[in-house]
Structure formats: structure tokens, C-alpha cells
Design a binder for this molecule. Structure first.
Ligand SMILES: Cc1cc2nc3c(=O)[nH]c(=O)nc-3n(C[C@H](O)[C@H](O)[C@H](O)COP(=O)(O)OP(=O)(O)OC[C@H]3O[C@@H](n4cnc5c(N)ncnc54)[C@H](O)[C@@H]3O)c2cc1C
Length: 404
């Protein structure tokens, strides 16, 4: 009996290894790119944040917000780490719960999976782009350019549209729709936000720890604390990814308020600036030792503290204004960057059309789906890969078990 799997990314490889644990199963894993796990290799800035120890507490989104639960209950972060340890991967957990390979290289994760796939009952076909899938009386016919694979069970693990340069595509949605499934609207998530503030380009590359709040008009939409990165067009980094969901959806006055010293009060900061007024510090260095130099200068300029004079010449009011700006700098937001830059796709194939206990289609018996192609997306911090491992394992074991 043959289990066909389309996509050798995170969830497809997990599905293949789970299915292949059943000795009766013969797995055919089809990947359109030249090698497996191309996106996985780029995750976590090349470090691969492979899970989060708190993932069982939630952090997932979709039209059915609890759909992810069954898969993670069976195969959560603990089981994932045990499984990877069994494959030969050493890992390290940060205080935040984020887990990385001990080597700090995403390559290590891809390599242990790649080596594990090398077993007699798994056939890996790379460079095989599935173009069509048909339901037959015996199972499924999977067609690529010039080659056809017949299988009894089929798992679609094609991933989402996010990260298009790394292989994100519409393919999985199209294949599942051709079999009668439906898809929600797709949106980029965990993505940079563009700003209309022209000063941002001068800060490109600067990182800062901050508390960020997103407002639409006067309404607070979301907030988070963590690392911010300025880019040529806007705001990025974990703190922005956390709050980028649903930002700029619909018209309105979208703004981000940034507190660059969340643990220091305005009074304490103003006190320090007033102390500096009594020194021969140049005005361009007023925030030196407190913030990144470039950021300090830009914030001082924003309140009109410019020129080559000394701190002593700056009025007390201006110093209080500067303290206020450091604690609540506002930039306008225009839109999120597109799918190319997003880490994950919000939306996907309707989960109501799949059984959360097995990930089998409720419409087409013998068809399974896992990973990002389904309408499940997680927060920043290892949640999306955990969903890929959990759902991939569940689809793989269910497809195999249902054959016996
Ligand atoms: C830059 C970046 C960084 C990220 N960092 C993290 C992180 O640190 N932690 C985290 O949890 N998540 C991270 N993510 C998200 C995470 O990588 C994805 O959610 C996860 O890889 C989804 O797994 P998947 O198996 O569903 O899809 P993928 O891993 O995308 O795999 C799908 C595979 O299917 C193949 N395929 C598609 N269509 C076809 C077809 N028609 N025929 C054959 N093959 C096909 C693709 O080539 C691909 O190899 C990141 C994403 C990006 C883009």
C-alpha cells in the first residue's frame, strides 16, 4: 500500500517519517524543488526556531481557533524534542521557551530529517512538481510533468504562500480545491509593517528593545514588548511580528507607538537628561549610553534638538519633550509587506473540512492535509514549525494506520 505525500518541507518530512514507521507502508515523497526543506533551512534567521515549549498553551489562529489542539496534544513540544533527539539533533531552549538546534544552524535540522528519510520504504522524488491530482476508484493519481504516481492514500503538505522566494506558492490550495475543498482569504502574517514616516530609512539596520502599541485612530489594537528592527521601509523584528496580525486591514489612521525604554519612567529619563544639561556633552550625544547612537540622534532631531551646540544650551522643556518622545514615539503605518516577506500565511484550506483527530478530509476519504496549507497559523517563536511537526506526524500516522 502506497502513501503519496506532496511537499518535502517541514510537515511533509514529518508525515513521511511517521507513515514509514509502519512496516506495511511504502511512502512516496514528492518535492518540486531540487532539495528537501528549503524554507526550513532559512527559518529563524538561519538558526531554526523549531518549537516553543509553551505551544500547548495556545498561540494559534484560524477560523476554527481550537483545530490545532488535537495534533499538539498527541505530539507537542516535548514529544517533538524527544523525536528530534532520536534523529540525532541536540537542542537548546531559551528562557522564552524558544528552542533552537544546539549547533545554532537550521541546516542541522534539515540534515537529520534528510538522513532519516533514507530508509527502504521511503522513495523521495525531488524536482517533481505535482500539477494535477485525480481521485480514482483505487486511490489517487498524482501527475507531474511527464511522470505519474499512483497511491492509496494522499497527504497534501505543500505549505502556504508566505515566503515565495523560498518556495511558498498557491500550489497546495489549488490541488485541494481541485478535489472539492475551499479556501479562506489569504493574508501575510508575521511580517514587516511599512510606515509613511520618511525618517525610517536613516535607521535601517538599527535594533532596539521596546514596547510597541498599534492604534487605529484612538483604539489600541495590539501591543507587545521585544526586539524591534528598523528597515528601509518600516518596522520589523519579533516585536512587530507579534502584533502585525490584522494590522492595516481596512481603512483608518494606523499608528505604532514605540516606548524605547519601557523599564524606565519618563521622570527618571528626564532627570538623567537634566543632569547631562550640566555637562559639556554635544547635543548630538544627548542619548548616548541610553539608546543606539543613530536612534538617539533621530529622536533628538524629532523634537527639534539639532545643531552642533552643547547640552547646556538645550531648554529644560526640550529635554522633557525628548524624554516624552523616547517613551512614546509615534510613526504612521501604511500596510504590511507582501507574501514574499511574510513568515507565514494567515488563512488557508477550511479546517472544518478535515477531521482534527486524523487530519483526513471529510469530503474525500483517503486524502489528508497538514502544515501551513490548512487555515492554522501560529505566533512568532516556533509555533508554526511545531504545527508543521504535529500535523505532519498526525497525518502520516493516520494515513498509515487507516490502511491496515
Ligand atoms: C523566512 C522564514 C522564517 C521562518 N522562521 C520560522 C521559525 O524560526 N520558526 C517557526 O516556527 N516558523 C518559521 N517560519 C514558518 C515555517 O517555516 C512554516 O510555517 C513551515 O515551514 C510550514 O511547513 P509546511 O510543511 O507546511 O510548508 P513548507 O515547509 O513550506 O514545505 C512545503 C513544501 O512543499 C513543496 N511543494 C509545494 N507545492 C508543491 C507541488 N505542487 N509539488 C511538489 N512539491 C510542492 C515546497 O517546495 C516545499 O518544499 C518561517 C518562515 C519563513 C518564510
Amino acid at each position: 500500500m502506497v502513501i503519496g505525500i506532496i511537499g518535502a518541507g517541514a510537515s511533509g518530512m514529518a508525515a513521511a517519517l511517521a507513515a514509514a514507521e509502519l512496516p506495511e507502508a511504502r511512502v512516496v515523497l514528492l518535492e518540486r524543488q531540487a532539495r528537501v526543506g528549503r524554507k526550513l533551512q532559512a527559518t529563524g534567521n538561519g538558526r531554526c526556531n523549531l518549537t516553543n515549549l509553551h505551544a500547548l498553551r495556545g498561540g494559534y489562529h484560524g477560523q476554527e481557533p481550537d483545530f490545532w489542539g488535537k495534533a499538539l496534544e498527541r505530539f507537542g513540544p516535548e514529544e517533538t524534542l524527544g523525536w528530534f533527539r532520536g534523529l540525532g539533533l541536540f537542542t537548546v531552549a531559551e528562557e522564552s521557551g524558544r528552542v533552537y538546534p544546539y549547533s545554532d544552524q537550521a541546516n542541522s535540522v534539515v540534515d537529520v530529517l534528510r538522513f532519516a528519510l533514507d530508509r527502504p520504504n521511503i522513495t523521495l522524488k525531488t524536482g517533481f512538481e505535482v500539477e494535477k491530482v485525480r481521485k480514482t476508484s483505487a486511490g489517487f493519481r498524482v501527475e507531474g510533468a511527464g511522470e505519474t504516481v499512483e497511491c492509496d492514500r494522499l497527504i497534501v503538505a505543500c505549505g502556504g504562500l508566505a515566503g515565495t522566494k523560498l518556495g511558498g506558492s498557491m500550489s497546495g490550495y489549488k490541488l485541494l480545491r481541485s478535489l472539492g475543498h475551499h479556501c479562506t482569504k489569504l493574508r501575510p502574517a508575521l511580517v514587516q509593517l511599512k510606515t509613511g514616516w520618511s525618517g525610517v530609512a536613516a535607521l535601517k539596520g538599527v535594533r532596539a528593545n521596546c514596547h510597541a502599541e498599534i492604534y487605529r485612530g484612538e483604539t489600541l489594537i495590539s501591543r507587545s514588548t521585544g526586539e524591534l528592527q528598523f528597515t528601509e521601509y518600516g518596522l520589523s523584528g519579533p516585536v512587530i511580528f507579534e502584533i502585525s496580525r490584522d494590522v492595516c486591514q481596512g481603512a483608518g489612521d494606523w499608528r505604532c507607538r514605540l516606548d524605547f525604554l519601557p523599564e524606565v519612567s519618563r521622570e527618571e529619563l528626564a532627570g538623567e537628561l537634566l543632569r547631562r544639561k550640566g555637562t559639556r556633552l554635544p547635543v548630538s550625544e544627548l542619548l548616548t549610553g541610553i539608546l543606539h547612537n543613530r536612534l538617539g540622534r533621530v529622536l533628538a532631531q524629532a523634537v527639534g534638538i539639532v545643531g552642533s551646540g552643547f547640552a547646556a544650551e538645550v531648554s529644560e522643556d526640550s529635554l522633557w519633550n525628548l524624554a516624552q518622545t523616547v517613551k512614546g514615539f509615534e510613526v504612521s503605518l501604511t500596510e504590511p509587506l507582501g507574501m514574499d516577506s511574510a513568515q507565514v500565511t494567515a488563512g488557508g484550506i477550511l479546517t472544518s473540512e478535515f477531521d482534527p483527530e486524523t487530519l483526513e478530509s471529510r469530503l474525500v476519504p483517503g486524502l489528508y492535509a497538514c502544515g501551513e496549507v490548512l487555515d492554522v497559523d501560529g505566533d512568532c517563536g516556533g509555533y508554526n514549525l511545531q504545527w508543521a511537526w504535529s500535523s505532519g506526524r498526525l497525518a502520516g500516522t493516520s494515513a498509515g494506520r487507516n490502511m491496515i
